[in-house]
Design a protein around this ligand. Structure first.
Ligand code: ADP
Length: 500
């Protein structure tokens, strides 16, 4: 199949979170299955021409809401996708200096760029010109999150009978419903859409504009990044007000767990860590732990070390950690936190480091290399999320032998096997799972984990079970393949949900 995959961030070119990891790895896995994949993303200022060997593919101008947007198209191969055997993925960058030539992706100093609506509307509109330019008709158009959701409505409005898209299946993936792309209703005219699209069965959402809805309403097939999250979002607790829309589309809504790019995330060959190790030879893990303790100015000793790498937000349960931090610090442990986010959380953590210099090390930064060293040096990895569409760090932690302590939600519930007595006895356990988003449960679960830490046989067995679990992309890519086929099938049937 020819797959046009679009996302606002793609590893290794630009990343703020898990979406980038997915967008950098799934296309490569699809190419390995024999598909022809092109990835389209904006060209941010950080995407350097020389570093990535970008080649210009000419200019084109799109018109939207009475404005003209001249874009330059650039292309580069996705790294580590070998051209031989047809496995190469081409990444296409849409460059527009005024819209995307900025240091960050969506915001600076915690403030969203005020023209995000215009930026991603123009981008989404321009994505649809690419097949025309390249004379390449995609079998599938795959969009991700609110930034690229508009492609589905623009396809309908601007290319209603274009032969290029007549048989194109449409898949929209929700990576996080908590970021719906909400804008004031008064900005609707900027989208260049007929006024009927500002209605509850299109983009309107309680008087506002909800860009995610463009995907939810107009893509043929929908999915989220874990089966549990796909069910959770159909309930008021997790649905962010969109549960009704999602229930109405439940027969088209699926859940596929994200994979891990083990080329990047495997302690057996990770250039960022002090010494390689694997499930059969854990010696390197202790070297990495000692190195991490040194790097974090913590005493080098055999005490359970807990790692966290996260956006510092309420979604990730950071408020629970802050609530219980003083009690945690009374336990025999060390805690290393890497993250950025909510300024109040920054403040609270900074203050706590002064109180607990021997036990707590906080890094308020986005540091990919350090994130690998934390995975390698930690005994436990904490993810107390209130909700978690999939979560990648628990999957990385499993491979790095950093036993995850997670809340039972979304992808965390689907990927971590709780250390219950029977799971421990069967050798199935890979982590510690707690039910409620409460600081009390968080604390008691960590206490339980610390108790087990002393039972070395059980502990190593758990580590090895996690380290040998396989969450590679190849399996997930096959699931996506099925959804693509379904989307194509739907595209070739008469469209029932037509607004026209
Ligand atoms: P989300 O996309 O909701 O932030 P995920 O667990 O799906 O959460 O993915 C987060 C990704 O971003 C992981 O690869 C994680 O290692 C990375 N990450 C998050 N915060 C940081 C940080 N401060 N420094 C380096 N990497 C980070």
């Amino acid at each position: 199949m020819r797959i046009l995959y679009t996302a606002s961030e793609v590893t290794p070119f630009a990343k703020t979170g898990g979406l980038a990891d997915v967008a950098g790895a799934l296309p490569a896995a699809l190419a390995r299955l024999g598909h022809e994949v092109k990835v389209v993303m904006p060209r941010y200022a950080a995407v350097n021409e020389k570093r990535w060997g970008l080649q210009s593919r000419g200019d084109s101008t799109v018109r939207l809401a009475g404005k003209e947007y001249p874009f330059t198209l650039w292309a580069a191969p996705l790294p580590e996708t070998p051209a031989r055997r047809g496995g190469q993925v081409e990444v296409l960058f849409l460059s527009h200096e005024g819209l995307f030539g900025r240091p960050e992706l969506y915001q600076e100093k915690g403030k969203d760029y005020p023209d995000n609506l215009e930026r991603f509307a123009a981008f989404s509109r321009a994505v649809l010109e690419i097949p025309k330019r390249l004379n390449w008709s995609p079998d599938v158009l795959h969009g991700n999150d609110w930034q690229t959701a508009l492609v589905f409505v623009y396809r309908r409005v601007f290319f209603p009978a274009d032969p290029l898209y007549r048989k194109t299946g449409m898949l929209f993936t929700i990576h996080n419903l908590g970021y719906p792309g909400l804008f004031p209703g008064s900005e609707f005219p900027r989208l260049g859409l007929p006024s009927k699209y500002f209605s509850p069965d299109a983009l309107e959402f309680y008087g506002k504009l909800n860009l995610l809805k463009a995907g939810l309403m107009f893509a043929g097939v929908l999915n989220t990044v874990s089966p549990t999250y796909s069910r959770e979002i159909q309930t008021p607790e997790f649905g962010q007000g969109l549960e009704g829309v999602l229930q109405a589309r439940r027969t088209d809504l699926f859940g596929i767990i994200n994979g891990v790019d083990y080329r990047q995330w495997d302690p057996a060959h990770d250039p960022s860590i002090s010494q390689a190790y694997d499930a059969r030879n854990l010696k390197g893990k202790w070297v990495c732990k000692e190195a991490l303790q040194k790097e974090c100015h913590l005493p080098v000793k055999d005490v359970p070390l807990i790692g966290m790498i996260t956006r510092l937000t309420a979604q990730k349960g950071m408020d629970l950690v802050i609530e219980v931090l003083d009690e945690l610090m009374r336990l025999n442990l060390q805690l290393v936190i890497l993250g950025t986010g909510d300024p109040a959380v920054h403040q609270a953590l900074k203050q706590a480091t002064h109180r607990y210099p021997e036990k707590l090390s906080v890094h308020l930064a986005f540091d990919e290399s350090l994130s690998h060293r934390i995975e390698a040096g930690s005994d436990l990895f904490l993810m107390p999320s209130r909700y978690e569409p999939c979560g990648l760090n628990q999957l990385y932690s499993l491979r790095y032998g950093a036993i995850p302590v997670v809340r039972k939600t979304g992808g965390l519930a689907d990927t971590v096997v709780d250390a219950t007595p029977s799971n421990l006895a069967d050798g199935m356990a890979t982590g510690f799972v707690f039910e409620q988003a409460s600081s009390h449960e968080l604390l008691t679960t960590i206490q339980l984990a610390l108790k087990l830490f002393r039972e070395k046989d059980l502990w190593y067995r758990m580590m090895r079970t996690g380290m040998t679990a396989d969450f590679s992309w190849d399996r997930s890519a096959q699931e996506y393949e099925k959804l693509y086929r379904l989307a194509v099938e739907k595209a070739t049937k008469p469209d029932k949900a037509s607004l026209a």
